[in-house]
Design a protein around this ligand. Structure first.
Ligand code: APR
Length: 253
């Protein structure tokens, strides 16, 4: 049995399958990941300088000039085939839950219905004082007036992005992701180095672990199935094998 056939067998026999995605699933949509040698964002920028709570509160000018611009730069990216296939697999009942570390909204753009964004999202910001949500458009408007740190239009409190920054605790949806993986059967990790906790601990508590990734990860040794390569190509092969057909994936998508 080759690796694709083994992947299909694991998916077919799993009573509950959760998928965890990382930045690697979005590189084929033109969004660089963080740790790929040579191209990863953290090779050029220190994340603690630009996307940490320390930067946000102690150096807001730098945070909004660099970190915030990185966040909104993903806005025009479009989902790629990997996102689209995950949407199909969800719709056909092969995936019970999608957990993502990504903040690029591409799973939602591809039509995935239930996405747990354990590192937050870039759709809006919120007021630290009254909790009011502010759209990114309005946030940009406030920033363009030179108001740093940006103030809440309602109570004059300080606004901040809804993205989980280094130094933040994770949102409540991570607790749900934890219990779903703990009670699930198969965890499929796609496009993540699994370097960052506590999300990477999900790979410790699942019953069966499948990793689809271009590069090496810290969990390769403990994976029940490791398929190294491009997320979209591997998912395309799995999808075709699942449907027992050859090469006419486009008719299915
Ligand atoms: N197909 C499959 N895997 C890919 C592809 C691709 N097309 N492109 C890149 N990869 C792999 C890389 O080899 C790498 O191992 O995806 C992985 C991405 O790893 P990271 O860059 O570390 O991204 P991620 O795991 O999502 O990082 C987790 O770290 O900086 C924080 O909050 C940020 O959510 C992020 C977290």
């Amino acid at each position: 049995m080759d690796k694709i056939e083994r992947a299909v067998a694991l998916i077919r026999s799993s009573r509950k399958t959760i998928v965890l995605t990382g930045a690697g699933i979005s590189t084929e949509s033109g969004i660089p990941d963080f740790r790929s040698p040579g191209t990863g964002l953290w090779e050029k920028i220190d994340p603690m300088e630009v996307l940490s709570t320390k930067a946000l509160y102690q150096n807001p000018e730098h945070f909004y000039q660099v970190g915030f611009q990185m966040l909104i730069s993903m806005d025009d990216a479009e989902p790629n085939k990997a996102h689209e296939i995950l949407t199909k697999l969800e719709r056909e009942g092969y995936i019970d839950l999608l957990v993502t570390q990504n903040i690029d909204n591409l799973h939602q753009k591809a039509g995935s219905m239930e996405v747990l964004e354990v590192h937050g999202h870039t759709r809006s910001c919120y007021c630290l004082n009254c909790g009011m949500e502010v759209s990114m458009v309005d946030m940009n408007r406030i920033l363009q007036k030179g108001e740093i740190p940006p103030k809440c239009p309602d109570c004059e409190g300080t606004l901040r992005p809804s993205v989980v920054l280094f130094g933040d605790s994770l949102p409540p949806c991570f607790d749900r992701a934890w219990s779903e993986v703990e009670n699930g059967e198969l965890l499929i990790v796609i496009g993540s180095s699994l370097e960052v906790g506590p999300v990477n601990y999900l790979a410790n508590i699942c019953k069966q672990l499948m990793i689809i990734n271009l590069g090496r990860t810290t969990y390769d040794q403990q994976a029940d199935l490791l398929i190294q390569g491009s997320a979209s190509q591997i998912l395309e092969q799995i999808y075709e094998k699942l449907h027992g057909n050859k090469g006419n994936l486009n008719e299915c998508l």
